[in-house]
Design a protein around this ligand. Structure first.
Ligand SMILES: NC(=O)C1=CN([C@@H]2O[C@H](COP(=O)(O)OP(=O)(O)OC[C@H]3O[C@@H](n4cnc5c(N)ncnc54)[C@H](OP(=O)(O)O)[C@@H]3O)[C@@H](O)[C@H]2O)C=CC1
Ligand SMILES: CC(=O)C(=O)O
Ligand SMILES: [Mg+2]
Length: 558
């Protein structure tokens, strides 16, 4: 990024851009070094007097900042503190996030980003953190992209805010999600922050509280639907590809499921895109299942799966499991789906309901009797793995977990709904009600648990283990397409990173503090596949793919 130049006589009225070069440098987050500017830089760049005389290294700045972060009193204060740091001093922000990933991640991402989205209008800080593309500006999106200060964008996360975590329609306030996800692209995947762009597609909201809130900063109208909605999304995607090129990676995030499946089908073979809630979640869940075999003794093809929730996450995970079993055993996908059952808000998805079911549920509408509730489904179907993607807090109750334990010596209990308040059960509950037998994972982070003198670490089964690696892969090889095979490969690569000591604590995911290395492994697996299948545009193929991937990663340093 270059230093903004002084310009007078524009639409800023009588106000002019500051003429001091040093001031403009310090106000540019990616150029600001704060107290780390050297004496020579202070002289040469006109910074004298703008900074106290002390100097500090990046290491000392990180130490000082993490202490200040810890002094913030509420979770939302911590979120705002980190966002303000990102706005003011981005190298320091990414250094803090990269070196204190497990400590800071809950305040950039789930669960606190959920509260931040609910209150996004209240905590809006008047600095551009991404692009807000309003339906009112349809027809002009391509030129609006030129207002963003960076031109070499490689990764975009975009949402229309309709299904923000398990918190429903947040309208424009859902922008907290793309901002948080892209912060993890950089902190966890090493994708350069200048190449990342968060985007909110503001098509209105059906959230009455937002519509009635005088301080809501989004479009004050009910959601755009139908052909106008599709045309607006298409205008954005085409504008992004036109400006940034065929290999710009577009991540659909937190769309409502009536749009998400259709949009993915429409665009997945045309541009480099994926839907994180459908595909990224699928890969992380499959990784946990593959990684659990040493604990359960059950390979994926011998599990019997029951899902609570048959939406984006549920259908995505179920289809990838079937794909994985098909790849492992050679059985047809249809056969592989027969081991997977789903409940939605109307009970068991089954053949008798076929005429009323959404398209994505039909492959799992088996010829079994309808049951209305989870406990009866567990009793009759006898699953060995229970996966919660329902947004229904506390739905895995004692009776359900006990019944699961009767079916399997080490039942898989994945309570993946976000944020924490929506988790189907806590790890404490899962371990206690299964007498320590459950192999548990959650979508949002939980503290380790001690049960009967043994230490358990609840793994975070969150797509954050996948999308930074997918993004890194796409950027490193200029991917032109992301496929289900990529997600299967990513899941296998992630499963291979689980260490013995994590497994000893019944945990089926690696340490979050190791995520940079994990993302390189995920990226390497995908990049190999992209070259093998002709979906890489960085040519000729680098000889050493891992070295190439590492060479494109960003390190926060001055
Ligand atoms: N851990 C992770 O990485 C991820 C977690 N998630 C979480 O998963 C949850 C679901 O997300 P997503 O699939 O995208 O959302 P969707 O809206 O697409 O699907 C939600 C599903 O839950 C079902 N459901 C709702 N209420 C009940 C109920 N009372 N009983 C049974 N089923 C119910 C819905 O039923 P119906 O179809 O009848 O409406 C629907 O099938 C969210 O909390 C989200 O945060 C999502 C992505 C990633
Ligand atoms: C993690 C995530 O993508 C979600 O809960 O929507
Ligand atoms: Mg999501």
């Amino acid at each position: 990024m270059s230093v903004p130049t002084s310009s007078a006589g524009d639409a800023t009225g009588s106000k002019e851009m500051p003429s001091s070069k040093g001031y403009r440098i310090m106000k540019t987050p990616s150029l600001n070094k704060g107290l780390a500017f050297t004496e020579m830089e202070r002289e040469e760049l006109g910074l004298k007097g703008l900074i106290p005389s002390a100097t500090m290294t990046l290491d000392s700045q990180v130490k000082m900042t993490i202490l200040e972060f810890r002094r913030q009193s509420s979770p939302l204060d911590k979120y705002v503190f980190l966002q303000s740091l990102q706005d003011a001093h981005s190298t320091l922000y990414y250094a803090v996030l990269s070196r204190h990933t497990s400590e800071c991640m809950p305040f950039v991402y789930t669960p606190v980003v959920g509260e931040a989205c609910q209150k996004f209008s209240q905590i809006y800080r008047h600095t551009p953190q991404g692009l807000y593309l309003s339906f009112e500006d349809r027809g002009k999106l391509r030129s609006i992209l030129d207002n963003w200060p960076e031109n070499d964008i490689r990764a975009i996360v975009f949402t229309d805010g309709e299904r923000i975590l398990g918190l429903g329609d947040q309208g424009l306030d859902g922008m907290g999600i793309p901002i948080g996800k892209l912060a993890l692209y950089t902190a966890c995947g090493g994708v350069p922050p200048s190449q990342c762009l968060p985007v909110s597609l503001d098509v209105g909201t059906n959230n009455e509280d937002k519509l009635n809130d005088p301080f809501y900063i989004g479009l004050r109208r009910r959601r755009v639907t139908g052909p106008e909605y599709d045309a607006f999304v298409a205008e954005f995607i085409e504008a992004a590809v036109d400006k940034y090129g065929r290999s710009v990676m577009l991540q659909f995030e937190d769309f409502g499921n009536k749009n998400a499946f259709r949009l993915l089908e429409r665009w997945q073979n045309e541009v480099c895109c994926f839907n994180d809630d459908i595909q990224g979640t699928a890969a992380v869940a499959l990784a946990g299942i593959l990684g659990s075999t040493p604990l359960t003794g059950i390979p994926v093809e011998h599990h019997r799966f029951l899902f609570l929730g048959a939406g984006e996450a549920g259908a995505g995970i179920a289809e990838l499991i079937a794909y994985a079993v098909h790849c492992e055993t050679g059985e047809s996908i249809e056969e592989c789906r027969k081991h997977i059952f789903m409940l939605d808000s109307k009970g068991l998805v089954c053949k008798a309901r076929a005429s009323d079911l959404q398209h994505h549920k039909l492959p799992f509408a088996h010829d079994v009797d309808h049951v209305p509730d989870l406990l009866t489904a567990v009793r009759t179907l006898k699953p060995t793995a229970l996966i919660g993607v329902s947004t229904l807090a506390k739905s895995f109750d004692q009776a359900v977990i006990e019944e699961m334990s009767a079916n399997s010596a080490r039942p898989l209990i994945f309570a993946l709904s976000n944020p924490t308040s929506k988790a189907e059960c806590t790890p404490q509950e899962a371990y206690q009600w299964s007498d320590g037998a459950a192999v548990y994972a959650s979508g949002s982070p939980f503290e380790p648990v001690e049960y009967k003198g043994k230490a358990y670490i609840p793994g975070q089964g969150n797509n954050a283990y996948i999308f930074p690696g997918v993004g890194l892969a796409a950027v490193a090889c200029g991917a032109t397409q992301i496929t289900d095979l990529d997600m299967y490969i990513a899941a296998k690569a992630l499963a291979e990173t689980i260490s013995k000591d994590r497994l000893d604590a019944s945990c089926v995911y690696p340490r979050l503090d190791d995520i940079r290395e994990v993302s390189v492994k995920v990226a390497l697996a995908i990049v190999k596949n992209k070259y093998a299948t002709g979906h890489a545009s960085v040519l000729p193929q680098p000889l050493d793919l891992e070295a190439h991937i590492r060479s494109v990663t960003y390190e926060p340093r001055y």
